[in-house]
Write a protein that binds this ligand. Structure first.
Ligand code: MRU
Length: 365
């Protein structure tokens, strides 16, 4: 994606080959700052502290984290240590484990002297593959938007999205935002309702930043406004991303997604989830029951950071002192509330049969 005329991915190897560069997402939208990761420990900390976030980008960063570890010590023990350390950073996004398993499989198959070079090559391959997947998701999803646009004359297609499932959450393009970018680039009149997405405000801070940089018309709303807008006929469809999609089509995504799906269902608004194959966890048969949900620090609920009128960032308390706060970071939307899954291979119903129609090779597994 382009920021002030320059094309960026969300992660890339540094020119000197000794590190990896990422965009520090904790600084957005008020500063566009790059951060250099030079060790596996720094990569793990970047994931844990959400300098990088979003399921596909978490996977890509973990892959590079393994590569950074192999540069220091390519032994079997250190490979196992790197995979365990990176794997313990965040529990819900399955792309993390998918990428680590893939790195482990590829690296164990070669001698330790070959591992550093092989690891950087595989991490780059994971990134390129993610870009291809997201581009294809954009094509498939844009067709859905075009069909709705055809029924609306020149009036805007209003799309509601939650959290940030754009290029910042992937390597480029995004999942939920890829169809929106594609439709916008094709000249379709789109307008996006951006859920602010408390407590960390990925919608207000990141999705709004991305859409603004690309010139896509959008409006930020508080998390509780979506149901009302749907009742008013102001939402034509919802598109969200996924951190883990179970084999039965249930989808874990940022906390609050489930409530939007319920409201969409009640109002007959199509509700789509966009995801690459790396987000499908075929080992989980029932997502509502079995997808692990990350519990984050209460401080993310009790405090907020923003820019004051003097231009400086300040963190302030927003909850009655002494009150307890709970912070489940994801929820699971049951497949029955999902109109369709938009993947790199096309669109299918959110069900075991739907997923297998796109990935028939999994039927034998
Ligand atoms: O906690 P985050 O910011 O990592 O959560 C991100 C999301 O919930 C995204 O919607 C999801 O990872 C899909 S990203 C393409």
């Amino acid at each position: 994606m382009r920021i002030e005329g320059r094309h960026y991915r969300s992660i890339w190897p540094s020119e000197d080959g000794r590190g990896v560069l990422v965009i520090d997402q904790t600084k957005l939208p008020f500063a566009f700052a790059l951060k250099r990761l030079e060790t596996m420990t720094e990569a793990a900390e970047a994931i844990r502290s959400m300098v990088v976030r979003g399921a596909p980008l978490i996977g890509a960063t973990a892959a590079y984290g393994v590569a950074l570890a192999m540069r220091v010590d390519p032994s079997d023990d250190h490979l196992a240590h790197a995979i365990a350390t990176l794997g313990a950073t965040r529990p819900t996004a399955v792309n993390l484990h998918w990428a680590l398993q893939r790195m482990g499989r590829v690296l164990r198959a070669v001698s330790s002297s070959e591992r550093e070079e092989r690891a950087f090559a595989e991490a780059a391959f994971i990134c390129d593959e993610d870009v291809d997947c997201c581009r294809a998701i954009g094509e498939h999803g844009a067709r859905i938007i075009a069909q709705i646009a055809a029924r609306k004359d020149a009036r805007p297609v209003n799309i509601l999205t939650h959290c940030n499932a754009g290029w910042l959450a992937t390597v480029d393009w995004g999942t939920a935002l890829a169809p929106i970018y594609r439709a916008h680039d094709q000249g379709i009149n789109v307008h996006v309702w951006v859920d602010e997405t408390r407590p960390r405000s990925q919608g207000a801070a990141l999705t709004a930043f991305e859409l603004g940089a690309h010139g896509v018309p959008h409006t930020v709303i508080v998390d509780n406004a979506g149901g009302h807008l749907m009742q008013e006929g102001e939402v034509d469809l919802c598109i969200v991303g996924s951190d883990r999609t179970a084999a039965n089509g249930d989808v874990a995504n940022k906390i609050g997604t489930y409530l939007k799906a319920l409201a969409a269902h009640d109002n007959g608004v199509p509700f789509y989830v966009a995801l690459p194959f790396s987000t499908i966890d075929w080992s989980i048969a029932d997502g509502v029951r079995d997808i692990p949900i990350e519990e984050r620090a209460a401080r993310e609920v009790t405090h907020m950071t923003g820019r004051a009128e003097d231009g400086a960032l300040h963190t302030i308390e927003v909850v009655a002192p002494g009150s307890l706060a709970a912070n489940p970071a994801f929820d699971v939307t049951p497949a029955r509330l999902i109109t369709g899954l938009i993947t790199e291979r096309g669109v299918a119903p959110a069900s075991r049969e739907g997923l297998l129609s796109l990935y028939p090779e999994r039927a034998a597994a």
